[in-house]
Ligand binder design. Structure first.
Ligand SMILES: CC(C)(COP(=O)(O)OP(=O)(O)OC[C@H]1O[C@@H](n2cnc3c(N)ncnc32)[C@H](O)[C@@H]1OP(=O)(O)O)[C@@H](O)C(=O)NCCC(=O)NCCS
Length: 145
């Protein structure tokens, strides 16, 4: 498994991970336009065939801060440390940009992700009522870089 930057050819693979893991479907052009804003913030974990098996898409919308907009590993590749490698590398890149803080949002029911983030010293900073389109609440979590 290697960590590399996002390329436009990754879009169909990233979109299928998003659909399977996050149950969302976005306009395919979204990935390229977000990547253009901060190319180093969009990390791909690729298998030996160079096909993406996981990714972390970070953006910076608030000065001095990064936000994890999407983060997922394909089901058959979870619990092998790929998420940890992606998060470690993302934090390195945040520090390189001298961001002070990283934020993210997570469904209150997503115990696996919340446990992962807690292990990474993210803490809940806000309850986001009806944050998701199906009405579920979210937590905003944050950590210093
Ligand atoms: C959250 C997510 C990205 C984590 O990715 P991952 O690759 O499974 O993460 P890791 O393998 O690094 O860690 C997951 C667990 O596997 C364990 N693990 C790591 N390496 C391992 C290994 N070699 N063998 C066995 N277990 C291992 C970790 O200790 C961790 O356990 P814990 O969660 O009980 O603390 C993944 O679960 C996912 O895609 N979920 C669905 C999408 C999602 O919810 N995204 C977040 C939205 S906010």
């Amino acid at each position: 498994m290697t960590i590399r930057g996002f390329r436009l050819g990754d879009v169909p693979f990233v979109a299928s991970i998003v659909e399977e893991a996050l149950h969302e479907r976005y306009d395919p052009s979204l990935y390229g336009s977000l990547s253009a804003e901060w190319p180093d913030g969009f990390l791909i974990a690729a298998g030996p065939d160079d096909i993406p098996v996981g990714f972390l898409l970070g953006v910076s919308q608030v000065p001095g801060e990064a936000r994890v907009l999407m983060f997922a590993v394909a089901r058959g590749h979870r619990a092998q440390g790929i998420g940890a490698v992606l998060m470690d590398e993302f934090l390195v890149r945040c520090r390189a940009r001298q961001f002070r803080r990283v934020t993210l949002e997570v469904r209150v029911s997503n115990a696996t992700a919340i446990r992962f983030y807690a292990r990474y010293r993210y803490s809940v900073v806000d309850l986001l009522r009806a944050y998701y389109s199906d009405g579920e609440n979210g937590y905003q979590m944050a950590r210093p870089t």
